[in-house]
Write a new protein. Structure first.
Length: 361
């Protein structure tokens, strides 16, 4: 009779064990699904950031912020090698640590990681110890994971995450972190064209205006602040004749005078660049055709009234006057500004040299 309660008790215990195992498996399944959903959300965040009309540096900073928030990372730093030097692109550490964090490639503890393209995990085992690369405030980080970054087998920098807790990353899924690393590399690769465009923007020495590349990089967000804008390109049609008849210096003075007049004649919110040679571009952000027609007609008349004095070798005074031709088109938010300017440039390059109209195409 004593065996019956024991058998029942054993059966109950066995049922509870199987039940707990089932609950644990379901929890693990739920956790894995939750992690996958979270990873997909992070990837979607990355894609959204990549598509935003913000600078490359701002995109990388935003991605770093997402990593810190979504994965509860204490410190995260992304450093990129631009071919000449290591640049800290994003970090939530105090700025006083940045010099140290941009020189981790020189640290012996990370050299093998870079050479073999594998992550490196380091941690301290007791209070008072420091991580090998630390130069100050040793208590700030007690664990770190270092990920070298490569594009098509070419080393481009590194991503390092840090914690103020010892052995913080002992049980972290490194596979997941390597996926994130690959996403960071994909972002850097995706925005490399934009970064190239931003880096080649120059200021014209004669007019003080930005070059055409400014339209496709830094100015893009401003232009896309409105659903539509009007892009106007104009050319000094007789610049070659002025250079030949008078002098190249006179031609340069014409270009400077034209640029200065336009600067003071358009609204402060408009974008004005020297596109190339005697061609200039004005972007009227969010302005309708009536406004643009009025402004461009006034500009044409004003510009063609400019006179630049030329004194010939025999002392005779002459005056050079510009002849300007305008062509205008609509730009739609999210499309390519360069497509519009290419169309306008083609028109001006094939127009008769004597033309000085305002043309909408």
């Amino acid at each position: 009779m004593v065996l019956v309660p024991i058998v029942i008790l054993v059966a109950i215990v066995a049922i509870l064990i199987f039940y707990n195992i089932d609950i644990k498996n379901k929890l693990n399944t739920y956790t894995n699904i939750s992690k996958k959903i979270n990873n997909l959300n992070v990837l979607q965040d990355f894609m959204d950031i990549t598509g935003e009309d913000i600078s490359v540096d701002e995109k990388i900073k935003r991605v770093n912020d997402v990593l810190i928030e979504k994965f509860e990372i204490k410190y995260s730093t992304i450093v990129v090698f631009n071919g000449a030097e290591y640049i800290l692109k994003a970090s939530n550490t105090d700025q006083k640590y940045w010099s140290n964090l941009t020189n981790l490639h020189t640290e012996e503890v990370f050299k093998e990681s870079i050479t073999n393209a594998v992550p490196k995990y380091i941690t301290v085992d007791q209070e008072g110890e420091k991580l090998p690369y630390q130069k100050m405030d040793f208590g700030r980080a007690k664990s770190a994971m270092f990920f070298p970054l490569f594009i098509d087998n070419v080393y481009i920098g590194y991503w390092i995450i840090e914690s103020s807790v010892m052995h913080a990353f002992d049980k972290v899924d490194t596979t997941l972190l390597e996926v994130i690393r690959d996403d960071i590399v994909a972002l850097v690769k995706t925005v490399s064209y934009q970064e190239a465009m931003e880096s080649i923007v120059r200021t014209d020495q004669f007019t003080g205006l930005y070059s055409a590349e400014y339209l496709y990089g830094q100015a893009k967000a401003k232009i896309d602040s409105q659903p539509t804008s009007t892009v106007c390109m104009f050319r000094i049609m007789n610049i070659e004749e002025i250079n030949k008849t008078y002098s190249r210096e006179t031609g340069n003075n014409i270009i400077i005078a034209v640029a200065n007049w336009v600067k003071t004649s358009i609204d402060a919110g408009e974008i004005f660049v020297r596109y190339m040679g005697p061609k200039f571009v004005i972007v009227f952000i969010g302005k309708d055709d009536d406004h643009v027609t009025k402004v461009t007609k006034e500009l044409r008349d004003d510009l063609e009234s400019i006179e630049i004095e030329y004194v010939s070798p025999d002392g005779e005074k002459k005056y050079a006057k510009p002849l300007v031709d305008f062509v205008v088109s609509t730009y739609y938010k999210g499309t390519g500004v360069e497509k519009v300017t290419a169309k306008l440039e083609e028109y001006l390059d094939t127009a008769d040299k004597s033309e000085h109209n305002i043309n909408f195409i």
